[in-house]
Ligand binder design. Structure first.
Ligand SMILES: CC(C)(COP(=O)(O)OP(=O)(O)OC[C@H]1O[C@@H](n2cnc3c(N)ncnc32)[C@H](O)[C@@H]1OP(=O)(O)O)[C@@H](O)C(=O)NCCC(=O)NCCS
Length: 332
């Protein structure tokens, strides 16, 4: 039976560091408020004009190098982002071009917000298991900084969201003991407006966009309490379902990487699953919430820090705008 195995990981963030003090200088907030409510100490935001695809490319090249592969060895690209550099085409084809891939391989954009990486991984895994593709690049990348209101009106999102990219190379393997074991995926559109960007979109002609923008309709908006309430229930629930599909128990988890939405959420998920601090990894303190990029960035850091040994049970879980959520269980 074919399984998919993570062969390489990589990540890239913009050089510009934005501290809580930097934000406090432009809106009514404080380092103390941000740290105590979210755990975030600093985040990375692009400089004007920096492209998201460039971050995706840097992450992809690192993942390819770790896997010992060239870009031309890839059979497909899955690019998870809800913040593409422009409306169309998606970031996937730009990455294909930037990587200099000679073949006309499929480059697919996945728009599932904070659960984007888990969803993209599930699709790549299905392609690999069915034998459609052997080597798939999966990228999670976002630029949130350019769509947030950085005045006091937008402070409940501006202090949380950030920019970055992470990537993995998924490859086929005949090893029975390792690789991706199970997924659990969900969506519930009843909560769509609780974390959303209303526009600009195809509902409104571009000549009316300035008026909509002036009304503040195009900034990222969030009902933080509702998101929090659902996230702390849905992620542990989903982890349990995926673990049971994989025939594994929470006590066997070597590493839990929960989507880096908020440190309080990650800690609540860890506690609910009965895990010790050593079984869970968080880096939101340094990077903020980079939406689809948080999990592959954290996974790459863990891989490079030596926190993952062959055969370790690893659980990745995410929750975000939609609401959409899901979990991946794998053996490293
Ligand atoms: C955003 C979040 C930190 C806010 O914390 P909270 O305790 O729920 O706070 P509330 O939204 O109820 O706001 C409490 C007060 O803090 C204020 N506040 C909001 N953001 C603030 C900021 N950055 N600095 C200072 N005060 C802030 C609010 O205006 C409110 O003031 P009021 O009581 O005078 O009206 C929290 O709801 C949260 O983490 N939610 C989940 C967010 C998340 O993970 N999103 C990503 C999902 S993918």
């Amino acid at each position: 039976m074919l399984r998919s195995l993570i062969l390489g990981t990589g990540h890239a963030v913009p050089a510009r560091v934005v501290t809580n003090a930097d934000l406090a200088a432009q809106m009514d907030t404080s380092d103390e408020w941000i740290r105590s409510r979210t755990g975030i100490e600093q985040r990375r935001w692009i400089e004007p004009g920096e492209r998201g695809v460039e971050l995706g490319k840097r992450a992809a090249l690192q993942a390819l190098a770790m896997a010992g592969l060239e870009a031309n060895d890839l059979d497909a690209i899955l690019y998870a982002t809800c913040t593409p550099d422009q409306f169309l085409p998606g970031n996937g084809v730009y990455l294909q071009r930037e990587l200099g891939i000679a073949a006309t391989i499929p480059a697919i954009d996945i728009r599932m917000q904070c659960a984007g990486f888990i969803y993209a991984l599930s699709i790549a895994d299905a392609y690999i298991r069915t034998g459609a593709f052997r080597r798939v690049l999966v990228v999670g990348q976002e630029i949130q900084s350019t769509r947030m209101d950085v005045s006091t009106d937008g402070r409940n999102t501006a202090v949380i969201f950030a920019d970055g990219a992470g990537a993995v190379i998924l490859g086929d393997s005949a090893e029975a003991e390792r690789g991706i074991l199970a997924f659990d995926l969900h969506g519930d559109g009843n909560h769509a407006e609780k974390l959303w960007v209303e526009g600009p979109g195809s509902l409104v002609r571009p000549d009316a966009w300035p008026a909509e923008l002036a009304e503040g309709r195009y900034w990222l908006k969030m009902d933080g309490r509702e998101v929090f309430r659902h996230a702390v229930v849905r992620m542990p629930e989903s982890v349990r379902t995926a673990l049971s599909r994989a025939g594994e128990a929470a006590s066997g988890i070597k590493l839990l990487i929960a989507h880096q939405a908020n440190l309080r959420i990650s800690e609540a998920v860890q506690k609910e699953l009965g895990l010790a601090d050593a079984q869970s990894y968080n880096n939101i303190q340094r990077f903020g919430n980079t939406t689809a990029a948080t999990i592959p960035i954290a996974l790459d850091e863990c891989a490079r820090l030596g926190r993952l040994q062959t055969g370790d049970l690893v659980v990745l879980t995410a929750f975000g705008s939609g609401f959409v959520w899901g979990t991946c269980v794998l053996k490293w």
